[in-house]
Design a protein around this ligand. Structure first.
Ligand code: SF4
Length: 192
């Protein structure tokens, strides 16, 4: 529970949050790579749910939401839709969010073949163990394809790259909170 003065100060700032869906957390690490440069924005923004704060849920409306990762299971869909409802501006960060990225390589094969390769015919399968595809009601059901975020909800902006670096994310954030149109160079569309 924040003290009332701190709460009031935070309420007057632009609220920013980031969620991770089906990705590798590399884009989330880029957010961390903003390092001390982020300090210069903290008089204007407050960070809610994100890897920076370790807040798991947002219960208040956000001005700007960043999304890492695409959609690979039903929980991803639910999380993204809820985030969309709570954010004024939603931004796909990185190749996985923008077009599915590496996880979308499984779209080239049938889901059943993909699961069999992963759990039954895998070269890392334990010898003599009974191969089985895990199933439990608590495990989110995976979708037949991996989708980019904009095929599930409306996304307002896209930051390409795998991953885009911290300076790029910072520039987008800085431009948005200062009301500038941003124009990212084509050179950020790279895969490190
Ligand atoms: Fe990881 Fe690249 Fe996907 Fe970002 S875009 S989550 S760095 S694989």
């Amino acid at each position: 529970q924040l003290n009332p003065a701190l709460q009031a100060a935070r309420d007057n700032k632009i609220k920013v949050a980031m969620i991770g869906l089906c990705g590798c957390w590399g884009c989330t690490l880029s957010m961390l790579d903003m390092d001390e440069a982020l300090l210069g924005l903290l008089d204007k923004v407050t960070i809610l749910r994100s890897s920076l704060t370790d807040i798991k849920r947002i219960r208040e409306r956000c001005a700007i939401g960043f999304v890492e990762g695409g959609i690979a299971n039903e929980e991803n869909i639910e999380t993204l839709k809820e985030f969309r409802e709570n954010c004024d501006i939603l931004i796909s960060v990185g190749a996985c969010a923008v077009w599915g990225g590496v996880p979308a390589m499984r779209n080239e094969v049938e889901l059943s073949d993909c699961l069999r390769e992963a759990y039954v015919d895998s070269v890392t399968a334990v010898p003599d163990a009974i191969p089985t595809i895990p199933y439990h009601e608590d495990i989110p059901r995976i979708t037949t394809r991996v989708y980019p975020c904009h095929e599930v909800v409306k996304m307002d902006y896209f930051i390409p790259g795998c991953p885009p670096d911290g300076a790029t994310i910072l520039k987008v954030l800085d431009d948005l909170i200062n009301g500038r149109e941003f124009d990212l160079p084509a050179s950020i569309n790279r895969y490190d």
